[in-house]
Design a protein around this ligand. Structure first.
Ligand code: NDP
Ligand code: 2IT
Length: 450
């Protein structure tokens, strides 16, 4: 980065930090994009003249509201919920809902901002939003989760709609929560619309949506490897998390001949040097998706190691798929991974690498896919669910999978186009940020000062 660009990034960031005090995750997500985009803005003054980056980092609208509900003991409980509608220049707002005690406005603003660029990369007409609540579904009964979802939807329903804003799942919001939210939305509207995605297959959900983020992430890793004449076959893979994204990352990596050896949750990780095979994966799915149990049960069942309170990054491997949460790879973890010869880091989770870790991967010139490119398969199939709802028909598994693979290829091609550093070396961070940015920025320029 030249001195001129560095000083402009610093100036821009100090203004953003002043306007958004204490929102460290939001600062981090914007900083990464500003570093990629600023050199381009110097070459294209029309975007700077129209203050596109300033406008893109100021959400269109943020809704904050109280959610009251009654627990099984009859106590009145109060949570805080938000919807951050960041930018709808290229399509209706779209993005997930997160239920986790760590949810703050800063977290949702970073996620909404990244969603704008991610959705742009998918090639589908979707704007970016994110929402959620500091509600912890862990340990709650189905009835309690239902009452929370119903109460939340009473307010949220005023701000969403099939052509306005279409929520979906994220951490802590899976099939059960989406179903309760959708049931309440339908009741309040007295209309059947496809306003939430990730719905059950019997009521408008799309085949492959459950699998899409994990599958898409592995397809992206495969695309990067193929670009260098390599493949996933025989590669040892570290996976963090054991939720929706992690499970289907394990499934697809297995299918493509790789060897997944770890999985984790917030209590620690399991290391299975023989590999998580199909039978073990079936156990893991039942443990996590049905019984909602803890990861140590896997180690007890299959006689492997459970390492409490740690993440899997000190296990030697070829590929890392962080699939749990933000900032789960710190700079030291990145150095450890690189020291062990990791060749691919492909982000299933949103912003799992802190900035200094990402800089390590970029400097080492390994295949490093940032989340907004690598995990876009989830929202892409959400977009396909919206298309099917509008058409009032359903596509086959093969059809949706074919489209998902095609979209991941197109995202890869855009990253290569905008992020090529010479030869077959690609800076996927710059590529994803620039390609996502240009499409939204052009739409904003065309719309005038709004
Ligand atoms: P799930 O709730 O299904 O699973 C989350 C997993 O990550 C669980 O294993 C959970 O462990 C672990 N985890 C969550 N928070 C923490 C934390 N603070 N510290 C340690 N472990 C944690 O969520 P998803 O699989 O849907 O989401 C995972 C990531 O992927 C998130 O970053 C999400 O934003 C991103 N993503 C999800 C998409 C989707 O379609 N669902 C699409 C694109 C990105 P525990 O159960 O112990 O909390
Ligand atoms: O981060 C994400 O892309 C998601 N949680 C999925 C959003 C969606 O609308 O499917």
């Amino acid at each position: 980065m030249t001195e001129k660009v560095r000083s402009e990034v610093d100036k821009f960031m100090s203004g953003l930090i002043r306007r958004n005090p204490g929102e460290t995750e939001f600062h981090q997500a914007v900083q990464e994009v500003a570093e990629s985009v600023m050199p381009f803005l110097f070459d294209h003054p029309e975007y700077r003249k129209a203050s596109i980056l300033e406008r893109l980092t100021e959400p269109d609208r943020i809704i904050t509201f109280r959610v009251c509900w009654r627990d099984d003991q009859g106590n009145v409980r109060t949570n805080r919920a938000w919807r951050v509608q960041c930018n709808n220049s290229i399509g209706p707002y779209k993005g997930g809902l997160r239920f986790h005690p760590s949810v703050t406005l800063s977290v949702l603003k970073f996620l909404a901002f990244e969603q704008v660029l991610k959705n742009s990369l998918t090639t589908l007409p979707m704007g970016g939003a994110k929402g959620g609540a500091n509600f912890n579904p862990k340990g709650k009964s189905d009835e309690e989760v239902m009452r929370f979802c119903q109460s939340m939807m009473i307010e949220l329903s005023r701000h969403i709609g099939e052509d306005t804003d279409v929520p979906a799942g994220d951490i802590g919001v899976g099939g059960r929560e989406v179903s309760y939210l959708f049931g309440q939305y339908k009741r309040l509207q007295n209309r059947w619309t496809g306003t939430i995605t990730g719905k059950g297959l019997s009521f408008g959900g799309s085949l492959i949506r459950t699998e899409a983020t994990g599958y898409g992430c592995v397809y992206f890793a495969q695309n990067m490897l193929e670009h260098r004449g390599d493949s996933l076959e025989g590669k040892t893979c570290l996976i963090s998390g054991s939720g929706n994204v992690a499970l289907y990352t394990i499934e697809k990596s297995l299918e493509l001949g790789a060897k997944p050896v770890t999985a984790s949750d917030s209590s620690g990780f399991i290391h299975d040097p023989d590999g998580i095979d199909e039978e073990k994966l079936a156990f893991l799915k039942d443990l996590k998706e049905v019984r909602r149990g803890r990861i140590h049960e896997y180690a007890e069942k299959f006689g492997c190691e459970f390492i409490p309170n740690e993440r899997p990054w000190n296990i030697p491997a070829d590929v890392a798929f962080p699939c749990a949460t933000q900032n789960e790879i710190l700079e030291g973890d990145a150095k450890t991974l690189l020291g062990h010869g990791v060749r691919v880091v492909c982000e299933g989770a949103n912003m799992p690498s802190e900035l200094a870790a990402a800089h390590q991967f970029l400097a080492a010139k390994i295949l490093y896919a940032p989340s907004k490119a690598a995990n876009a398969g989830g929202v892409a199939v959400s977009g396909l669910e919206q298309s099917q709802n509008s058409l009032r028909l359903t596509w086959t598994r093969e059809e949706v999978d074919r489209r998902l693979r095609e979209i991941m290829q197109k995202i890869h091609a855009q990253c290569v186009e905008y992020g090529r550093r010479g030869g077959d070396d690609v800076n996927y961070v710059d590529g994803a940020n620039l390609a996502g940015f240009v499409k939204v920025a052009d739409a904003m320029l065309a719309h005038g000062i709004v």
